[in-house]
Design a protein around this ligand. Structure first.
Ligand SMILES: [Zn+2]
Length: 161
């Protein structure tokens, strides 16, 4: 049963606010605005956790870490990744590959793309050449195009450990 690959998808949106730390994929970017949220608002990590949890048939991130729980206030999203990977281990699964898209006006990911891949690789225990991330602008359309929000979409492929 467990030897066939499993695919999962996660999507996460955060409103952008001036002066907030801009956390993307576990890395802090210099940007005029950053994601609002109960935790550090790292949309890429939240979507990545949801993709992994979904593929494993587990509850989603919002169920596991309620935004009403004061313990999760301001919490680094890397904590959620570690908890997700611990759950994955109990299921005898690991991440085989992951692909991420971040739609946002700021920050630009390209100059730090390799750093992002390495950060995601460390957090999800996968070689850096098996994880990818790309940034896209909102083409001036909707809330993302106006710079009011960012949206991350992540697919993850899992296999047996
Ligand atoms: Zn989120």
């Amino acid at each position: 049963m467990n030897d066939l690959p499993r695919i999962g998808i996660g999507i996460d949106v955060h409103r952008l606010a001036p002066g907030r730390d801009c956390m993307v994929g576990g890395i802090r970017f210099d940007a005029p605005a950053g994601p609002e949220g109960h935790s550090d608002g790292d949309a890429v990590l939240h979507a990545a956790c949801d993709a992994v949890l979904g593929a494993a048939g587990l509850d989603d991130l919002g169920t596991l870490f309620s935004d009403r729980d004061p313990a999760n206030r301001g919490r680094p999203s890397a904590d959620f990744c570690r908890a997700t990977m611990a759950l994955l281990q109990t299921r005898g699964l690991r991440v085989l590959s992951m692909d991420c898209v971040l739609e946002t006006e700021v920050p630009k990911l390209k100059p730090r793309r390799q750093e992002l891949r390495e950060s995601l690789a460390t957090l999800f225990e996968v070689p850096a050449d098996r994880v990818n991330i790309k940034g896209k602008t909102g083409e001036k359309v909707d809330a993302i195009g106006r710079g009011e929000a960012m949206r991350a979409t992540v697919v993850a492929l899992l296999g047996p450990r």
